[in-house]
Design a protein around this ligand. Structure first.
Ligand code: BV8
Ligand code: ZN
Length: 237
């Protein structure tokens, strides 16, 4: 059924979360690996924690960057890159900051929560991409002397305007909307599922567990994304 929907949909949009990178060895946010030392990710991904202790937050990001630097895209990331090539209109919206969708060959990736490889000065706002692992000095400093921060969206911060506007547009235009590997508890990203549904899309969830959106989707494929996604594209002859 979903395979047929995929074949006939002229516009496809996808929302991914940490679960799609789980099989690349990256701990999910709220799963067992979501803890670092005795801190919860949700307490570290906050501007007030960074203001209080930039070095601690940077140690967490340095640790995550070193884990991500060793991670490879998995079959789920690659399957999405394949679907993009075959779809007339395809938009990939991700909450992940690991860059694995780009590494798998996805071209048009909307990063609604930013990118861990981007570093931004908290004083002058200058942004740069820095993939050094580990970062030599924590916290890194800008040429202007300002302390730099990870180029990600923390809790309480608004999402990048243009990226968010494109994400909403894609959710509205989608005939087929996949929600993959996300616990669908973080807003406004999770709201894209309801927006796609309200705009007439068929919504397909791929997750190993039930989530708050499971009740509203048209099809719930229960299992690991790296097994289910390649299945969907495999029979494309
Ligand atoms: C904002 C930082 C306001 C980057 C992250 C409306 C309603 C309710 C709450 C709010 C609301 N509006 C705002 C809020 C508050 C807050 C929020 O949503 N809180 C929640 C927790 C209640 N939202 C915000 O603060 C957002 N900002 O709205 O600001 C505003 C508006 C205008 C102007 C000014 C201000 C900002 C949210 C962004 C927060 N930053 N990350 C980083 O360091 O990574 S969020 C964090 O959670 C990550 O980005 C992560 O991507 C995201 C969601 O987590 P998931 O990706 O879903 O991962 P999780 O571990 O939760 O789940 C994994 C899933 O995978 C599970 O379901 C599991 O079953 C599944 N899985 C596991 N293995 C597999 C699998 N599935 C398939 N295959 C597998 N193998
Ligand atoms: Zn600066």
């Amino acid at each position: 059924m979903v395979r047929d929907w995929l074949k006939s949909a002229s516009s496809v949009a996808v929302l991914t979360g940490a679960g799609i990178s789980a099989e690349s060895g990256l701990p999910t946010f709220r799963g067992p690996g979501g803890l670092w030392r005795q801190y919860r990710a949700e307490d570290l991904a906050r501007p007030e924690t960074f203001a209080r202790d930039p070095k601690l937050v940077w140690e967490w990001y340095n640790w995550r960057r070193s884990v991500m630097a060793r991670a490879q895209p998995n079959a789920a990331h690659r399957a999405l890159a394949g679907i993009e090539q075959r779809s007339a209109q395809f938009t990939l919206i991700t909450q992940n900051v690991d860059g694995l969708h780009d590494a798998a060959g996805s071209r048009n990736v909307l990063k609604v929560h930013g990118d861990i490889w981007t570093i931004r000065c908290s004083v002058c706002g200058k942004e740069r991409v820095d993939r050094s692992d580990p970062l030599p000095e924590l916290p890194p400093r800008c040429a202007c002397g300002g302390v730099e921060r990870p180029g990600v969206v923390w809790f309480g911060e608004s999402l990048p305007k243009d990226v968010w506007a494109q994400s909403e547009k894609a959710a509205r235009a989608a005939e087929l909307f996949f929600v993959i590997g996300t616990s669908a508890v973080v807003y406004p990203a999770a709201g894209l599922v309801g927006l796609a549904k309200a705009s007439g899309a068929k919504v397909v969830e791929i997750n190993i567990a039930e989530t708050p959106v499971s009740a509203i989707v048209d099809a719930s494929l229960r299992g690991p994304a790296s097994e289910i996604l390649p299945e969907l594209v495999q029979h494309d002859v």
